[in-house]
Design a protein around this ligand. Structure first.
Ligand SMILES: CC(C)(COP(=O)(O)OP(=O)(O)OC[C@H]1O[C@@H](n2cnc3c(N)ncnc32)[C@H](O)[C@@H]1OP(=O)(O)O)[C@@H](O)C(=O)NCCC(=O)NCCS
Length: 439
């Protein structure tokens, strides 16, 4: 086989997505999109992408809206569309339009998901789509003196029923209608229905497809990650945000605080946005989490396999000293690890040589995640741990990263400056540089 640049990029792409494939298996995602998305280019790739996610073992719930289609129905019947506080004031005539429009959009999506995928790698796969009365609605009631009539909100979600279907490998497709125990049907907000479902089934991810690339700052630059607190601060102003983003952001705050792992806001206009958001480190939209995505913690025995996958390529290149699995198993508590989106992207270890001297070892960041400041954060973590132990001087041995450490306060020393035990073990073939930092 030829070793063309295409091959190389394919191999590195495949390696880069593998950790995501691994960590997404058996996870539950809710994907929410409005009626505008159904009428857009996104719909063409929906079947393929949904199929791909399901074949990777992801449990999938889709929630759709139908706002423009409802508007169209109302226009055709010469009915006026009235909104109050973002909710459609839904009288009996408007409810008829809602039911017609939502019903036909539902069938349209069901048809899209049922189509075969000829001439694609997914040619023979079949998606089983299940709908049902999984959401119960209730009236909003009277708001500021206005009777909202059939405008509703979610009363409860049949999480058990949805989970049973997901367990069978089916996709659950839900709309924005909420029947009530009184036999009436209420018109729900798509984004609120998706939020309620995601919270009820404890979804790992909730993805909103929006009319914008994600959340942008005032200058129009994309904000790739935000915490719920940051979203809340933004919502107190943020007049420049798009219509969809303004509607969906409050749901991102509530759902992340209620336990949904991550809420993503991406564009339905950008081909492949869903896959790129889910399977790349940078993503293409905005991800909202309760706390910051990056996270450093001490390593546990469960992390050993991922740790080996991280450091092995650097050991093979001779950048790091080889550490056999048994050694890692014995010494795992020496390691601190950096996670991004729950994937291990960096590590560093601390070994005390005496009460006052310790070594910072095996500082490594995966090649796809370098120059994000992870190396420095890991070094600071090790320094903090060392200080807590009363360590006064940190040692590091490195063959290729001398300048990196010097720029961060380490001073070049000699082998003779090492503690006796370490000096005796010094590998003269590796000829590592010896550096020290006073803490
Ligand atoms: C060294 C290492 C941990 C840095 O990780 P990182 O997350 O990219 O580090 P940071 O983002 O905090 O720092 C990046 C900066 O260091 C610089 N840098 C990276 N490698 C460097 C090196 N070998 N020498 C000097 N500077 C280096 C980058 O150019 C960047 O500079 P900038 O901030 O001016 O753009 C990473 O490159 C790595 O894993 N290297 C292989 C393992 C290794 O050598 N470990 C040290 C021996 S224990």
């Amino acid at each position: 086989m030829s070793d063309t640049p295409y091959d190389e990029s394919f191999v590195s792409w495949f390696r880069a997505v593998t950790p995501y494939i691994n960590s997404f298996r058996t996870k539950t995602f809710v994907i929410a999109f409005g009626g505008k998305a159904v009428a857009s280019e996104f719909a063409k790739t929906l079947a393929y992408d949904v199929n791909l996610l399901v074949s990777l073992g992801i449990r999938l719930v889709l929630v759709h809206g139908a706002r423009p289609q409802i508007e169209e129905e109302l226009r055709e019947k010469n009915l006026e569309s009235i909104y109050h506080r973002g909710y459609r004031v839904t009288d009996a005539a408007a409810l008829d339009c809602v039911l017609d429009a939502v019903g036909s959009v539902y069938l349209e999506i069901e048809a899209m998901l049922s189509q075969g995928l000829p001439n694609t790698p997914m040619a023979n796969s079949r998606i089983r789509v299940i709908g049902g009365n999984f959401i119960t609605g209730q009236p909003i009631g009277v708001l500021d003196g206005i009777d909202m009539q059939y405008a509703g909100k979610v009363r409860k979600v049949d999480a058990e029923g949805i989970n049973a279907q997901l367990g069978l490998g089916n996709i659950v497709l839900l709309n924005c209608e909420g029947p009530s125990p009184t036999g009436e049907i209420f018109n729900l907000q798509m984004e609120e229905a998706a939020e309620a479902v995601a919270i009820a089934i404890k979804a790992d991810k909730l993805v909103y497809l929006t009319d914008s690339q994600g959340v942008t700052d005032q200058a129009g630059a994309l904000i790739d990650a935000m915490t719920a607190d940051e979203v809340e601060r933004l919502l107190s102003g943020g007049e420049w945000l798009s219509h969809d983003i303004r509607r969906y952001l409050p749901c991102t705050v509530r759902s992340t605080r209620a336990g949904v792992g991550r809420v993503h806001l991406i564009s339905y206009q950008q081909d492949g946005a869903l896959l790129r958001e889910l399977f790349t480190h940078d993503g293409v939209g905005t991800v909202v989490t309760r706390e910051s995505l990056e996270n450093i913690r001490e390593a546990k025995p469960d992390d050993i396999a991922a740790l080996i996958a991280l450091i092995e390529p650097m050991e093979n290149e001779g950048i790091l000293v080889h550490r056999p699995r048994e050694l890692l198993e014995r010494e795992i508590e020496h390691f601190s690890i950096m996670l991004h989106d729950e994937i291990i992207v960096g590590c560093a270890a601390l070994y005390a040589h005496s009460e006052e001297e310790a070594e910072l070892a095996c500082l490594a960041v995966s090649s796809e995640h370098r120059e994000w400041g992870y190396g420095e954060q890991l070094m600071k973590r090790i320094e903090r741990r060392a200080r807590k132990m009363g360590i006064k001087r940190l040692i590091v041995l490195t063959t290729r990263t001398e300048h990196w450490f010097v720029e961060r306060g380490f001073k070049l020393g000699t082998v003779d400056d090492l503690p006796a035990k370490k000096r005796d073990m010094y590998n003269y073939q590796r000829r590592s540089r010896v550096l020290f930092k006073t803490l």
